[in-house]
Design a protein around this ligand. Structure first.
Ligand SMILES: Cc1cc2nc3c(=O)[nH]c(=O)nc-3n(C[C@H](O)[C@H](O)[C@H](O)COP(=O)(O)O)c2cc1C
Ligand SMILES: Nc1ncnc2c1ncn2[C@@H]1O[C@H](COP(=O)(O)OP(=O)(O)O)[C@@H](O)[C@H]1O
Ligand SMILES: [Mg+2]
Length: 183
C-alpha cells in the first residue's frame, strides 16, 4: 500500500478559537483556528503547508476538510497557525466548539502571492484537489474512524497520534488526579 506521507495520518482535537477574522471577510473562505497548544504539539514531521482530511465539530457529522499550517506568508503572521476549512456551509459560527480532525495527505507548501485574488484561487484549487482525493477509498474510510465516534468530553485537549490517544488535559489543566470516574 502506498505511504500517506511522513507523520500521517495525524489526529488532533481542540477548541475553536478566534484568528484575525480574515478567512470569511477577505477571502470568503472561513477557517476554524486551533489554539496555540495544539499547534505546538505538532511533531517535526508535520511540516508547514496545506493538508486534506476529515473534520467533525462537536457531535455533528464528519465532513471533508482542507487545512493550512504555518505563518501565512501572504499576511506575514508572527504566530504559526493551524486552520481548518470545512467543506460544508454552516448556519452559524462555532467558536468554542470542539473540533476533531484527521490529516491524511499533503498538498503543497505555503506560498506568498502577488494578489489576494491569486491566494483565493490557490485555495479554491486546494479545496477541489482535497475533494477529489478524499473520495478515494484509502482516504474515504477514515470518515468513519473510531476517533470521530468516540464519546467526546468537554474541554478535551487531547491529541491523537497514529491512532493512539495521548490525553494531555492534565498538562493543560494542571490537574494530577485520575481521569477515570467509573472506578
Ligand atoms: C486551503 C488553504 C490554503 C492556504 N494557503 C495559503 C498560502 O499558500 N499562503 C498564505 O499566506 N496563506 C494561505 N492560507 C491561509 C489564509 O491566508 C488564511 O486562512 C487567512 O489568512 C485567514 O486567517 P484567519 O483564520 O486568521 O482569519 C491558506 C488557507 C487555506 C484554507
Ligand atoms: N465551513 C467552515 N469552515 C470553518 N469555519 C467555519 C465554517 N463555517 C463557519 N465557520 C466559522 O467561521 C470561523 C472562521 O472564520 P475566520 O474568518 O477564519 O475567522 P477567524 O480568523 O476567527 O478564524 C470559524 O471559527 C467558525 O466558527
Ligand atoms: Mg480562521
Amino acid at each position: 500500500m502506498a505511504a500517506m506521507g511522513r507523520g500521517l495520518p495525524y489526529f488532533a482535537v481542540g477548541t475553536v478559537v478566534k484568528g484575525f477574522g480574515r478567512g470569511s471577510k477577505e477571502l470568503g473562505i472561513p477557517t476554524a483556528n486551533f489554539p496555540e497548544h495544539v499547534v505546538e504539539q505538532l511533531p517535526d514531521e508535520i511540516t508547514t503547508g496545506i493538508y486534506f482530511g476529515w473534520a467533525r465539530v462537536d457531535n455533528g457529522p464528519t465532513f471533508k476538510m482542507v487545512m493550512s499550517i504555518g505563518w501565512n506568508p501572504y499576511y506575514k503572521n508572527e504566530r504559526k497557525s493551524m486552520e481548518t476549512h470545512i467543506m460544508h456551509v454552516f448556519e452559524d459560527d462555532f467558536y468554542g466548539s470542539e473540533l476533531r480532525v484527521v490529516m491524511l495527505g499533503y498538498i503543497r507548501g505555503e506560498k506568498n502571492f502577488k494578489s489576494l485574488e491569486e491566494l483565493i484561487s490557490a485555495i479554491h484549487s486546494d479545496i477541489a484537489e482535497s475533494d477529489r482525493q478524499l473520495s478515494l477509498p484509502e482516504y474515504e474510510k477514515y470518515k468513519d474512524h473510531s476517533f470521530f465516534t468516540e464519546k467526546s468530553e468537554t474541554n478535551c485537549n487531547g491529541v491523537v497520534k497514529n491512532g493512539i490517544h495521548v490525553d494531555n488535559r492534565k498538562l493543560v489543566n494542571g490537574s494530577t488526579g485520575p481521569s477515570d470516574h467509573s472506578s
